[in-house]
Ligand binder design. Structure first.
Ligand code: FES
Length: 129
C-alpha cells in the first residue's frame, strides 16, 4: 500500500558557479508554487512534495520526477505547475510537452551528465595537499 498516491521530487540543487543548475533556473520558485498548489487543492494527504539534489538532467532544468509512475519533467516553470497538478496528479495524464517520453534518451542524458561532472572533478586541482 502506498503512503501517498504521488511523490514529487523537485531538484533544487545549486552548483557553486550556477552552471546549468536547477536553482539558477528558478526551481526553488517552482517548488514553492507546487507546494502551494497542493495545499490550495487540499491534496496534502495524496501528494508528497520533496526538494531533492541533482537528478542528473542538469542542463534541462528545472527538473522534477513524479512517482510511482516515474515520469520525469524538465524545463518546468511556475507557469506549468497548475497544469501538472491538474492533468497529471489529478487526472492521471502525463503532460507530454514537458516529459521525457524517450527513457533511453533520458538515461543517456543522465550518463553523459555524470561523465561530464566526473571529468570536471578530475580536472580540479586537489585541495588535500
Ligand atoms: S541541478 Fe537539477 S538536475 Fe542537476
Amino acid at each position: 500500500m502506498l503512503a501517498f498516491h504521488h511523490h514529487v521530487f523537485v531538484c533544487t540543487n545549486r552548483k557553486p558557479d550556477d552552471d546549468g543548475c536547477c536553482a539558477a533556473r528558478g526551481s526553488e520558485q517552482v517548488l514553492e508554487k507546487f507546494r502551494a498548489g497542493i495545499r490550495a487543492r487540499n491534496l496534502q494527504g495524496d501528494v508528497h512534495v520533496t526538494a531533492c539534489g541533482s537528478l542528473g538532467t542538469c542542463g534541462h532544468g528545472p527538473n522534477m520526477v513524479v512517482y510511482p509512475d516515474g515520469t520525469w519533467y524538465s524545463g518546468v516553470t511556475v507557469n506549468d505547475i497548475d497544469e501538472i497538478i491538474e492533468q497529471h496528479l489529478v487526472a492521471g495524464k502525463v503532460v507530454e510537452r514537458l516529459a521525457w517520453l524517450d527513457t533511453d534518451l533520458l538515461r543517456q542524458t543522465i550518463a553523459d551528465n555524470r561523465a561530464k561532472s566526473q571529468s570536471r572533478k578530475q580536472a580540479e586541482p586537489s585541495s588535500s595537499k
